[in-house]
Design a protein. Structure first.
Length: 225
């Protein structure tokens, strides 16, 4: 009986450590993406466009390559850079339109939430998330002590969403400043972590829509500030 309790205690500690790493990586990668978006904003559009094409070509090539630890690390780098470039590219293409940006932020967040419901199981997002191979390629994957392989932590689409908000704040006058944008995205991620901590105990837990709360806070700020 004592040994069983010891094993249970070790399992509990291991699980706590696992989620602590997950939350830390989520926050760290989010902030890195925001920082790269800030840097990318100061690069000329022509250079960004070339970078985007190179990154896209790299993703297409690697997509058909057999998964390995080295490949996932390489995809991590390419995906993080790609999301920062994509956010600035989208903002440039829509010419900093406030209405289009709000529409995109609302639409993506609502679709993200819907894809995690039973009714949304047939959506593209849900189907892609349900395949381990595809999920790994479309996520930022990191090593976590005590777990084999690399763990998918946050989606490429989520980071692109945060990058779009950052780019809007950098581009449009009257939008929340970049510092406020980072604060809102961070606060949204903290709320995400709170809800993940609650729902992860359920046997039905399969992930959480990471765009909803950051998007909700940011959109609210657009109307308040």
């Amino acid at each position: 009986m004592k040994q069983a309790k010891t094993e249970e205690t070790r399992s509990t500690i291991s699980n706590i450590n696992f989620w602590a790493y997950v939350y830390f990586y989520m926050m760290a990668v989010t902030l890195v993406s925001c920082g790269l978006t800030y840097i990318g904003y100061r690069i000329k559009f022509a250079i960004l466009a070339v970078a985007f094409c190179v990154i896209l070509a790299g993703i297409i090539i690697l997509w058909n390559t057999k998964l390995s630890r080295k490949l996932l690390y390489l995809l991590d780098i390419i995906n993080i850079l790609g999301t920062a470039v994509a956010g600035n590219m989208i903002m440039y293409l829509i010419n900093g339109s406030r209405d289009i940006t709000i529409g995109l932020l609302c639409g993506v967040a609502l679709m993200d939430v819907f894809s995690f419901t039973r009714a949304g199981r047939s959506t593209l997002n849900a189907k892609l998330s349900g395949k381990n191979d595809t999920l790994a390629r479309l996520s930022i994957c990191m090593p976590i002590p005590g777990r084999k392989g690399l763990q998918p932590l946050i989606g490429v689409g989520d980071l692109t969403y945060y990058s779009l908000m950052m780019s809007f704040s950098l581009t449009v006058k009257g939008a929340p400043t970049e510092c406020i944008a980072v604060a809102l995205i961070t606060a949204g991620q903290l709320i995400n972590i709170l809800f993940i901590s609650i729902f992860k105990r359920s046997s039905r837990y399969k992930g959480f829509p990471a765009t909803f709360f950051p998007g909700l806070l940011y959109i609210a700020a657009l109307f308040i500030l």
